[in-house]
Design a protein around this ligand. Sequence first.
Ligand code: M6R
Length: 591
Amino acid sequence: MCGIVGYVGEQHPKEFLIDGLKKLEYRGYDSSGIAIKNSDNIQIIKSTGKISDLEDKVNNENLINSKLGIAHTRWATHGEANETNAHPHKVGRTTLVHNGIIENATDLKNKLVNEGVVFRSETDTEVACAVINNYYNGDPIKAITEAIKTLKGSYAFGILFEDQDKLYAVRKDSPLIVGIGEGENYIASDIAAIIKYTDKYMLLEDDEVVELTKDEVKVYKDGVKIDKEVQTSTMTIEDANKGNYKHFMLKEIMEEPIVLQRTLNKYINDMDKMVDISSYEEIHIVACGSALYAGMIGKCLLEEKANIKCMTECASEYRYKKIIYDRKTLVILVSQSGETADTIAAMRKAHEEGIDTLAIVNVKTSTIAREAKQTLFIEAGPEIAVATTKAYLLQVAMFSLIALKAAHSKGLEDNYNEILKEAKSLPDYLRKVLNDKDTFAGVGKEIKDARDAFYIGRGVDYAMCEEGSLKLKEVSYTHSDAYQAGELKHGTISLIEEGVPVFAIITNDKIKDKTESNVIEVESRQARIYTITNDPSIMNHHFKYVVEKLSDYFQPILIVPPLQLIGYYTALERGLDIDKPRNLAKSVTVE
Ligand code: M6R
């Protein structure tokens, strides 16, 4: 959601800036722009649409000589996606790009308009630019430090001043890193944008202001220079590229066995390393989107296996709702990016109430990873496709291990050692499923023209249905819904007509007969049934795929990849922009 890159060095910044924006495309955007400067001029070029459109424009312009620049991909929040609203914005001597939302922009704008400032765009960013410019009288650090005291909300800014040949940046509640190169330095929303140039980077804490020249990076807090640690990223250039795959989404699905192995290996040989949550009386699992659906699987396991009262709530509700913390409670935050604004707010709410938090996170440098009381890292590596696949799978695996550990600690799991043994074979079982990817490509072909699709299941199967349905709708734009199988009769069955695809997930022995009855109900209304199960004896209606039968802890891990592949292949059949679905952002850093 918005991406920022900035360069100062010895080269013309064009190549770095355009390349960096391309690497940040996955975050989601609808317009983009660059600003380059030298001691006499500043040149701003903007475009709506794809980065390639901006690139064409840049290539057709007479560019000024320059060794300093900033660039931006915008995901519209204030004002539509047009060139006027696209970043960079320039007010007076200040030019900036912004990721985040300035919550008091309207008040500040009214004040500035009264003072005679003229605004061109509808954006909160231009207001922030004007505020900084108002404070600027030749001392950039002072201007930025003073300006951020008046700004409410979230921001990562890349800033240029007309009379300075340096690059400036600051962040609060929006990601921004500083890349350290040789004879050149960079800023970027994430490491993917700079890994081709350097693996050395610095993390900025909230409201630390950074000043970059080609040879030096200086960081200030409240106007005072501070020391910062330089870190080395483990990301590789291959991670940031698609390799032989047509899309990151497929590449990342096919990586699942490897990343699963990497994540499980940390614990299954030494479960002492796994967090023990058995002493908590209540668990709140709070997250958004797929991460929430992973949490729903976690809830089923924690309740069924470890006997712990558990609720799931989407973070955007949890953060504003009255929560009664009347038992010993743990809040588990789940987030691939660790930067989802609502999940961060939910975490901070729990902290304000003195509640323990545990985060399941992928990005180690993220806000949630840094602020949660305890953190379990999944080892997904960079996930570039907007639709999460491998990270979601690992979030589920992490809940399997948490529940297994808690059940064992409470003396509720008689088959503990056998289940740990099963975990060792899990990546191989998963490989077997992924080897059948052509089967799911066939399903994608069949359903490519469907207007609607439904996913039905009970208990943990229903939790998986939610994820299957989200995957299909977000990448293939097919309307789909997930229902507890028993709920269909209460209204939704009226939507079932001839040929509507209905995906039935049936893994739970205790209630499989019940789901099967619901399947027959929709089939008699001419729905086309696709069953994914672990039970070979389940009836085949139109399509049936059977996975290995595993313990309840790990069964979901084999069911989910087929659902991801069906989403992928349906979108492929429809010829869509799979890695960057319309309107979506990889990490939702604003409310
Ligand atoms: O980075 P997070 O895990 O916090 O992101 C949460 C959701 O925004 C994310 O899972 C979203 O639903 C994906 N588009 C799903 O593929």
